[in-house]
Design a protein around this ligand. Sequence first.
Ligand code: ADP
Ligand code: ZN
Length: 725
Amino acid sequence: MYADVLIAYGVKTLDRTFTYHIPQSLEEQIAVGMKVYVPFGKQKINGFVLNITPTTEVNDTKDIIGIVTRELKLNDELIKLGKYLKDQTLCSLITAYQTMLPTSLKVKNSKDYRLTKTYIALNKPDDVIADYIDHNKRALKQNEILLKLKTGRILKGKIAGSSLNKLLTLELVREEQEEDYRIKPHSLNHQIYTLTEDQNGAYETIKAGFNQANTYLLHGVTGSGKTEVYMHLVSDIIRQDKTVIMLVPEISLTTQIVRRFYDRFASEVAVFHSNLSEGEKYDEYKKIMNGEVHIVVGTRSAIFTPVKNLGLIIIDEEHSANYKQENNPRYHALDMAIWRSKYHHCPVVLGSATPSLESMARALKGVYTYVSLKKRIGQATLPTINIVDMAAEYKKRNLILSDLLKEKIMERLDNHEQIMLLLNRRGYSTIITCQSCGYTFKCPHCDITLTYHKTNNNLRCHYCGYTVIRPELCPECHEKAIQDFGLGTEKVERQIRELFPSYRIVRMDADTTSKKGSHEEIIRGIENLEYDIIIGTQMISKGLDFPRVSLVGIINADESLNIPDFRSGENTFSLLSQVSGRAGRGTIPGEVIIQTFNPDNKTLQYVQENNYLANYQYEMNIRKLLKYPPYYYLTSIKITGKDYALLSQEATKVATFLRRKLSPETITLGPTPASVFKINNIYRFQIIIKYRHEIKLKEVLKELDNEYILNKNINIEIDINPLRI
Ligand code: ADP
Ligand code: ZN
């Protein structure tokens, strides 16, 4: 017998299988999808068996050396899904499989992540034990252990040492090893709501499509009970002994959702996200692979988990950019979900209060089935939204908080309600300049200004991590005239602490949540009413459900509007609507204050009116006019390298190549310097391709990629359907 083995070798040109002979000793054991050791040149490397054949045309095949893990086997579905991932993103097949597997199971890793527990149990019949106790009345400790063990085995760690050792030597007791899991879900309180009429309508529509590969867009305003609808659907699916994958956009959201799922479904649930330890991931993956759970809740990569018999895929907050991976392979979880739904003939449900333009356009065209929830649950109403013109406030020297926002905060504090303040920029201040000579601190490696972090008194580059202590004197003119401008969450926190010293304040951003478990801690603190004011970045904007939050303040809406990207209007609408949606979810009516220098901006007005459709139409008109998605498809190509002169030459060559090869209707723009021109001393040029139908696209891009594969000076990054340009 022979096996085609895909090897894990760093070079893309080797992205192919090699045929090996299966030695007789392994014939019975080897199966397609297994990880094996093979000889390659003088080395011994790992690979995946992708095919097994009785004969081969290849001469002089070498023998497979052995099996790496029996536990891991890429099943038929995952093998095919990997090929689809490769086709979609133009990555290598081995990269595709590596992406789909957790680190513990990646092809090069052979560490053992199994967790075992040792129990002590009785090893002799009752009469023998009784007899021993009778004859050793003074061995109090030993007898105590034996008596306890009569009611069942005990964890070894819970029993004292020397007496236990004695009993083990006498073989009166024995050790029992058992594989254990690091995460053991339990249900705290479990409440099933009767669905409202609206919810029931959505539920019935989707349920009617079980067992069919169809995609639903569940468009429900914030707090309309989407999660409750998901849980009713999930409950039906697992009753049919099928499985569910539920994706959430970020880790900060898994805490609350996972708890709701644990409460309802307990040990039926596995979690999967990057904040788990490798051991935890290994365990959860195994629960999934062994079919011990029916539900997987996780972030983007959970879409690759090997659930069998899939009955439903849910993508919550489907508009989130986090569903697209930003580095190679640049896949979108939604595409993977739709592929799996076709494989299993099961539905995909996309949920959002602010669907992406692409999804909404598809729903309106009937490609997706549109389902909506128009009202909040119960008495809760959508919050009232006020827009404050900061130009007027600046004249009053209100640089961070407007009079109105200050006043409202005070009011809510008096009522013992909670307040959320959003600023989508971490750090203290974003521009540090010398007032004397005008020198501005920039990263020496990147084309970007440094951000001041007051907590550590340093200046940091948010792209490459470069950090320096903030100097007293200007490095150029040596005057003591360094000033900082621009606003980050740290500065907001400081001002809030000064203004409201007797209240409890917490900041939630990438800096305060870098430690494992810190998300959960802050979220639990907010839920337990340990904080009055919560300051955060977009991390606090989505999906969280805190009934006592009644006021949301958006410190600077322009921050998001001013991002130079064709999606900034869409993204601002969704960010502000989402964060506004955190207010007034319980019984207290909510209120939102948006601070801006552009009070007449259309996007902000639609947010204020809570008018998703008006914003949709407004944005769609612009997209049509400017030939952007969803009217046109985009592909972004970044050409990067250290040698500026060489790079600019090659970038022009790439553009010429594309113009020559692609059809005349396709628009090729560039090369232009990328929005951040230099990161980590690497210069970056960008070419954008716009097209409606371009049959040759993948073929041409592959040719381009192959051209540069072995080029050490120039790197090509291809992003098909980029979310940011
Ligand atoms: P969404 O996911 O749309 O933001 P949720 O599912 O979180 O909304 O629901 C908002 C709140 O309403 C939650 O606290 C939830 O427990 C509650 N809720 C949802 N459905 C019902 C229902 N049918 N009856 C009573 N309360 C409900
Ligand atoms: Zn840098």
